[in-house]
Design a protein around this ligand. Structure first.
Ligand code: IPD
Ligand code: CA
Length: 286
């Protein structure tokens, strides 16, 4: 079994430098551009931080591959192979960053043979470093993390996100899901505006459930391992095995809660992250 600790330590050191770059830009005016929708934003800082991370990691590990949100946004092909791969979201919570809403994170996952070996989520404003290495537990600033273990759905705090999709089917599904959960009932529904930090709330036991339809692999690859290593459950929103390319995730404190939530929520169609755009055009008969 390989030990990826050297890569993990390097990842933590570059994540900290990236967080400094983000914090030094937080209070400055930003040039904001739109991507897939009016709620999917990118700034010069997202692009600069991603370039810094990829350049710095590549210099140290020249054989490794990269999947970065802004590189894919700029047209790079997304393919997860068996090679060691860094999956990077330079700023998770770009809308928060633009508005200075205080939850903004750097998210870095590292996969080998398509399996995540470690995950790093650095929540910059509150200086919280969440990380996990496969088989070695999850930590927040060096202190072990444990999911709540809650088994009664009616006692759960659920975190979810509206997401960036704004078409009628997506909005109806998202709002109907929230109504159905509130009627179960659950204790409360929350949203921090960053999928990575949302998921880490389940890892830390502050929340019992997180689900999301429409996010991307770079938003949740790192935090999915952090939840699992904290003793939580991660699956698809339909109850199937977790697939980081599917654009769907359900993280929970226990199998009982995960299964119950999967029964209640509905999904809407999203093109997979690793699907060739031409395939969906053909499938849709266009
Ligand atoms: C977004 C955040 C947000 C979620 C969106 C994501 P970004 O990532 O994680 O919480 O609702 O679906 O795309 O664009 O800020 O990296
Ligand atoms: Ca981002």
């Amino acid at each position: 079994m390989s030990d990826w600790t050297e890569c993990l330590n390097f990842g933590i050191s570059v994540a900290k430098q990236a967080a400094e770059m983000i914090m030094s830009s937080l209070h400055h005016p930003k040039d904001v551009k739109l991507k897939s929708s009016a709620a999917d934003l990118v700034t010069e800082t997202d692009q600069r931080v991603e370039k810094f991370l990829i350049m710095t990691i590549r210099r140290r590990f020249p054989q490794h591959r990269f999947i970065g949100e802004e590189s894919i946004g700029a047209g790079e092909h997304l393919e997860l192979t068996d090679s060691p791969t860094w999956i990077i979201d330079p700023i998770d919570g770009t809308v928060n960053f633009v508005h200075r809403f205080p939850f903004v994170a750097v998210s870095i996952a590292f996969t080998v043979n398509k399996r995540t070996e470690f995950g790093i989520v650095y929540s910059c404003v509150d200086n919280k470093l969440f990380c996990a290495q496969r088989g070695q537990g999850a930590f927040l600033n060096g202190v072990p993390l444990h999911a709540s273990g809650q088994e009664d759905v009616s006692r759960c705090v659920v975190v979810t996100e509206i997401g960036a999709e704004r078409d009628d089917e997506a909005l109806t599904t998202v709002t109907t899901n929230i109504c159905r959960l509130l009627k179960l009932p659950v204790h409360g529904v929350r949203a921090l505006g960053t999928a990575a930090v949302d998921m880490c709330q389940v890892a830390s036991g502050a929340a019992d459930v997180y689900y999301h339809i429409g996010m991307h692999c770079w938003d949740i690859a790192a935090s999915a391992l952090i939840v699992q290593e904290a003793g939580g459950i991660v699956m698809d929103t339909d109850g199937a095995e977790f697939d980081m390319m599917s654009r769907r995730v359900l993280a929970a404190s226990s199998s009982a809660v995960a299964s119950r939530i999967a029964q209640v929520i509905r999904t809407f169609p999203c093109r997979r992250d690793d699907e060739d755009p031409c395939v969906s055009v053909v499938q849709n008969g266009l």
